[in-house]
Each structure stands twice: as C-alpha cells, then as structure tokens.
Write a protein that binds this ligand. Structure first.
Ligand SMILES: [Zn+2]
Length: 121
C-alpha cells in the first residue's frame, strides 16, 4: 500500500504551503493535526477536524441531555415516593417523604428553567 508514502507526501506539501503541525492529534487516526489556513486538518484522513475548543462549550453542548436525564430521574423518584406516601400512616415518615418530594419538585423546576434558558441562548 502506498498510503504511508502518500501521507508523507501530503504532509510535506502541507508544511511547504505554510501549514503548522500541532501537538494535538486526530481523534480518528491519532496522527498529528495541522493548522492549514486557520483550519484544523488531519492530513492522514485528509479531512478537516472540528474540535470543541473550550471546556465550557462541551458543557453547554451536553447540558440539555444531562438535564433531561436529571428530570427523568427526579420523575421516577417522585413516582416511588408518592407510592410510599400512599402506603404509610406514620406522621414522621409522611413528613420526611413530603419534604423529599417538595425538594425534588423544586429541583425539577430549576432544571426546567435552566434548560429553557439554554435553549434560548
Ligand atoms: Zn486522522
């Protein structure tokens, strides 16, 4: 296979035309990435590489999913607690369960508000 020779040729072509070799590697093939005219490229894959640069971008990209999972978990817990509330006659237990449900409902609303806020931005 001539792919390695081809890769080396493309790499030296890129370097000759002013590309910069970076310390980061391609997530697909682990080859060093190059900055070509302001664009991040993997010379081996011969493709531009889209990178999430900031950790905050990763966070905001994954937040709605995290919130959805949180909301699902909260709903499931409220369901279980409501069931327990039905079954108990112990005042102390009733108080504990209601307190827990109340804070879960609050958490659920906060999560909703946060995801709406994120959707708008
Ligand atoms: Zn690659």
């Amino acid at each position: 296979m001539s792919s390695d020779a081809d890769y080396i040729r493309r790499m030296s072509d890129a370097l000759r035309s002013g590309a910069k070799m970076l310390s980061e590697v391609c997530p697909v093939c682990n080859s060093p990435l190059f900055e070509v005219k302001g664009e991040l490229r993997c010379i081996r894959c011969d493709k531009p590489v889209v990178k999430v640069r900031e950790e905050s971008e990763i966070l905001s990209a994954s937040t709605p999913l995290v919130l959805t999972q949180l909301e699902n978990a909260i709903s499931a817990k409220i369901d279980v607690l409501t069931h327990l509330l039905h079954q108990t006659a112990d005042p102390e237990e009733i108080r504990q369960i209601s307190d827990t449900i109340s804070s879960l409902v609050k958490l659920f609303h906060e999560s909703r508000r946060l995801s709406e806020l994120l959707r708008k931005t």
